[in-house]
Write a protein that binds this ligand. Sequence first.
Ligand code: SAM
Length: 277
Amino acid sequence: MNTLIIKILKALPRAIKDPKRAIELFRRRVFPFGLTPKDSEAYRIASWSYGDLPRVNFKSISKDPKVNTLTLLNVFDRTDDLSIDILELTYLISLIKIYKAQNILEIGTWDGNTTLNIAANLDEQGKIVTVDLPPDSKGDFSLETPDMLKNLTDRHQLGIQYKKTKFESKIKQVYGDSAAIDWKTLGGPFDLIFIDGCHAFNYVKSDTENALSVLREGGTMVWHDYGMIKDVGLYLDQLAKKLNIVVLRGTRIALATSLSKKEIQESLKYSQNSIKE
Ligand SMILES: C[S@@+](CC[C@H](N)C(=O)[O-])C[C@H]1O[C@@H](n2cnc3c(N)ncnc32)[C@H](O)[C@@H]1O
């Protein structure tokens, strides 16, 4: 039976007991106009409205989504506007555990908090390669990029959160423009690739194509800022015609898991013809 109908049937006895409250809850749910969220988080999440992909529950992405222990480091030293948020971090690390990913690639290091947390959750032999523009970058982008989407971060903070920690040996920092570096030299094939660099259409497309060319068969692709940045949605909605991409509810994370060789090759070919519409 439809889950909505089941929910309504379950709620019915309580609604009969207190119809006034039931009507009020129903009105707030169906007609939220005029309600002022008291929590600024509600505004933040409400703005993640670009893109047409289904938003799914994390538990639905795997037959065995059980994760027992996660290590979370420096969680209150994160910059929400620049880093993924704590729920997104929790899901990203859980994905790594569920799919037993050991060789990870991250595009977009920023201060390295996410890099640190990924490294802290890998097995002994696991490693992560993370790419960002060079420390002396003046913000030149090799692909044509609207100024609004040039997101060069403070160069003094690059990777500072993982440097001098016991996890630094698991991390390889690569400096360069993601569209100009040679991805073949990064140390693939990778089990999981997290794309969170420049979010302009050209870059999401280029990063994705490069990523698909160094992704291991059976590997997982993860993109950040779906729903929040229009270009990410414009590109991924097209790619989703070839690839089963879903978005995790309550987050800006889009992902495609367990990609077969055929899916990798076909989506790569498909992507090469995609244009910003
Ligand atoms: C949103 S931040 C990454 C956040 C990080 N993944 C986290 O969760 O903490 C994006 C980063 O991508 C870098 N970046 C932007 N354009 C880039 C490019 N063309 N090549 C490589 N890195 C780029 C920026 O300097 C910035 O540090």
